[in-house]
Design a protein around this ligand. Sequence first.
Ligand SMILES: Cc1ncc(COP(=O)(O)O)c(C=O)c1O
Length: 405
Amino acid sequence: MSTAASNPANPRGNEPLFSSRARELDEPAARSTVELVTELRQSGQHVLSLYGSPHWLPPDHVLDAARAAVADNDGAPAEGLLSLREAVARRVQRENGIATDPEREILVTNAANHALYVIFTSLLEPGDEVLLFSPHYYYQGCIYLAGGVPVYAQTHQRDGWNWDIDHLESLISPRTKLLLINTPVNPTGHVATAAELQAVADLAARHGLLVISDEAFDHVIYDNRAHLSIGALDGMAERTITVCSCTKSYALRHWRIGFIVGPSSLMPTFRKVLEWNVFNCNHVAQHAARAALDGPQDWVAEISARFQHCRDLMLHALSTDSGVTFTAPEGGPFIFLNTDTLSINMEEFRSRLLRDHGVPTDLGHAFGSDHHLRLPFGGEDNDVQEAGARIREAALAATTPTARV
Ligand SMILES: Cc1ncc(COP(=O)(O)O)c(C=O)c1O
């Protein structure tokens, strides 16, 4: 983690003011991109609008449920509205194949990141290791805040980012407390296969490990693939904590509702940690989420279709001699662009893409790579096609001899 954070002295002495946990935190990966884009736009430069989650409104029945809830002064209990937990139970049974008890095995959170914070804070002692594949979503901040240490099992572009279970197993130590998986993988777009999930399940059973399964993008899956949940596998219900989010799968990006599904023995402690953290989650957003989960689902399927369309536009634009390499995403809204073929490094290419071509990408460091940029590809057709064309132009320019100076 960064040690560059400012470090004011404690007015009562020479010790630093901030805790070492806070001092050593990096900024979340996307923040610098958002700041740079805002700065450029304010200075009058046009930057293409690309999105890593649905940027449109959910349908009227969802908004109507929220409107109706505004007048409801009852609020929601810390574990979440029972009506929402019942809707979650129906949804995870229907779509994830997980049978669950809404009263005892579900907790509503302020979306997936908050769910992860609650889980890590509840389960990790200082120095406990969380084992996960890399490249990875930026979990490290949440893990560090809870005192834990991420341990990364590298996956490789040359293998299509497939999971190497033997390598994962070789990294298990006496300090390993949790196994964390994510499918579809942000940022690589890999979607876990049935064989990979079964191998992780077998490994978890052999070593007596709890598995956290982050399925935040479970509705963003392409080419008729199926999203599979490890918690649905035989014997896994009692050792899996599944994390889902309405921010992506139900176009409720700013509403911040997600949920944890897991063994009833864990939920009272998760609920207690959540309660000391935020008391409870916003009830208006919970009513919207309930309507989204329970109502007609055709618009939900369109989310995946829309992202697949954008992915295909981007792949088409990048397909012929684009100067960068990548693996076509099987799910999720990002392409992980490999800049190794260029004569400039990742940082320089990212800066040129943004400043000279108006294409925003995130640096790969926070995702575990010094060689890749994370490119969101959701957006209006014109912007997506234009972004692909500009990346190609920038990459080809960065492979010419003059770029090597
Ligand atoms: C894999 C993954 N997990 C968790 C999150 C956090 O999601 P939320 O916005 O629901 O907190 C994200 C956000 O993009 C993600 O990609």
